[in-house]
Design a protein around this ligand. Structure first.
Ligand code: RP5
Length: 166
């Protein structure tokens, strides 16, 4: 099923188009589960007004969760979490300095009351899969697909062990 022309339920945003090579793994995971999403650049520092509009409008436009990726002084996920009641999943994007530790700490160290579900440095695929799981909590069909996916993961891991034991 194509998800084109279907209203998006996940907002996939990033601080710069330079984050896309990392963030596209989230898009791919959403595509695999046929979850409609919108992708955009919403920079916390270079586009602060647009960021506020995006965060304030996301729930009203029908989005169910936001995946936000940023690198360096990575304030986008936390700022969006302060503006929306939706769950926000943060992806620390590694830049050429500091190996992504700056991005990770900027995203993960949120003050009490403003949660961001932070995945690993560069862990955009898991961000996409976590968004699918959030939706699957209220969608039996999606839940069944996630369980199929988990069975495949299990079988693949088991097969690797069998090869080593052979
Ligand atoms: C951050 O600054 C972006 O999320 C990106 O990771 C980083 C660098 O952006 P560019 O200078 O490549 O546009 O806000």
């Amino acid at each position: 099923m194509s998800t084109r022309n279907v209203p998006p339920v996940i907002g996939l945003v990033m601080g710069s188009d330079s984050d896309w090579p990392v963030m596209q793994a989230a898009a791919q995971a959403l595509d695999e589960f046929e979850v409609p999403y919108e992708a955009d650049v919403v920079s916390a520092h270079r586009m602060p007004r647009e960021m506020v509009a995006y965060g304030e409008g996301a729930a009203g436009r029908g989005l169910k969760a936001i995946i936000a990726g940023a690198g360096g002084a990575a304030h986008l996920p936390g700022m969006l979490a302060s503006l929306t009641p939706l769950p926000v999943i943060g992806v620390p994007v590694p830049l050429k300095h500091l190996d992504g530790m700056d991005s990770l700490l900027s995203i993960v160290q949120m003050p009490a009351g403003v949660p961001v579900a932070t995945v690993s440095v560069g862990g955009a695929r898991n961000a996409g899969l976590l968004a699918v799981r959030l939706l699957a909590a209220h969608d039996e069909r999606l839940r069944a697909r996630m369980q199929d996916f988990q069975r495949v993961l299990n079988a693949q891991a088991g097969e690797k062990g069998r090869k080593l034991r052979a």
